[in-house]
Design a protein around this ligand. Sequence first.
Ligand code: AKG
Length: 284
Amino acid sequence: MAIRHTPITPALGATIEGVDLAEITPAEFRQVHEIWKKHHVVVLRGQRLTNAQFERFSAMIGELDPPPNQGAGRKSVPGYPNLYVVSNRKNAQGEPIGALGDGEASWHTDMSYLERPPLASMLWSVELPSTGGDTWFASMPAALRAMPADLVARVRRLAIKHDGTYDSGGNLRKGMVANDDPRESVGTLHPIVIVQPETGEHTLYLGRRRNAWIAGLPVDESERLLNIIWSYATMPEITLRHQWKLGDVVLWNNLTTMHRRDAFPADEVRTLHRSQIKGKYVLA
Ligand code: AKG
């Protein structure tokens, strides 16, 4: 069957049909990869997969980046140390079987506080609540294109310090000390405008809003400028809303998009398996 794709919004996203990820061939993968590079987020519905097949497809994109598995931190799928469980489900002892699974998550790109942030992440839905829990994506090249030229010229000379203290749910990361002075945060500096190394495309790179600091600026000036930049980065017309169905696989570019998750009923269960592809590049 031929692979077909349909753009989801003018800014980002494409739905891909005609490929079974359980047995994707190298030639099919090359087509999926090209569509993903162009549209930044791809959605493949109705995939009937085993964890081994999900892992095999993920590893075609690049080297897998396993969950750190630190105490209450990220947890992996039993028997699959490279795959994360994103879930609010609890085991018989009342302990969460996964991480990052509860409630709402604010806009972020994954692990932007690393020197070489992951290139891509992927979610595969395993059990879903009756409502809520939608995942949203925003196109950062589109946000940059929407900004006025004088603002772009200004931010091109600046870098953000990306804080690793809190996760996107606002929880303190394991081993971190609470801190709300963005100048003191533990993290990495990245230029605000980066070149996506694999396509040459220029894109905003923002990470997370909390504790972000534009290096060298007084905090109040940094906050004002960040608020302006973020108002472009979260414009409704550059976002895409994914309403999950069982068996969906969603792959996103972690250098050119941000994502967030809607809340869902706390007494219902939502589980997704997740993979992440290691970053190769120091951003410039
Ligand atoms: C992530 O995997 O980085 C998330 O933020 C989870 C998003 C979701 O659960 O929809």
